[in-house]
Design a protein around this ligand. Sequence first.
Ligand code: TYD
Length: 218
Amino acid sequence: MTPGKFITFEGGEGAGKTTQAKMLAEALEGAGIETLMTREPGGTFGAEAIRDLVLEGTSDRWSGMTELLLMYAARLDHVEKLIKPALERGVWVISDRFSDSSMAYQGYARELGPEKVQALHDAVMDGFEPDLTILFDIDPILAQKRVETRGENLSRFDAESIAFHNTLRNAFLEIAKANTDRIFTVDAAASRDGVQTRILFAVSQKYPELAGKLGGSA
Ligand code: TYD
């Protein structure tokens, strides 16, 4: 047990994770908790270099297994150099994506199978897991509209078909069902404030000492 807590945000593309992660970081800071926001793939110098490798180019650039290995190389660097040292100092860490993304994207959507992903996860992570995960669930068609409206650059993952994104959505829901003690699912189609209220509720339910200190209506 480290003095800091590790919270991850997961879900498909265009679900609004990044905005909400920033809002939670602000709420925690407001409650007097030092908070670090990070993302995957990335978060450290080495992991950001791997991010460029993995997100650029066409969707057939890497096989599913190569992609998985790159994700875990980036993740181990991130955990060893940034996340664990921060948690040990008592800092709370919020990561925009973590290992559930590897299970959903590489394990299910890219069809490597959950067993292989879990085996690599166990070998590399050695028992290290998030304390709490917020899963953003949204219909992929609505999510795609949001991404288009924001006029964002479509990375090679966004070019995948709606069927791929539906597989991904179901995979995340399966993972959540198997980890109800860790994963809290929010309906990401709700308004920005509505989603934030649910997240603050989940965090104060998990950490009752924070109830009433996080602002919002939680
Ligand atoms: P990013 O632009 O950060 O997407 P988002 O804003 O939706 O989080 O790109 C990260 C992409 O990497 C995203 O498509 C999901 C994918 N990914 C994996 O396939 N496996 C992983 O383990 C991780 C962490 C991300």
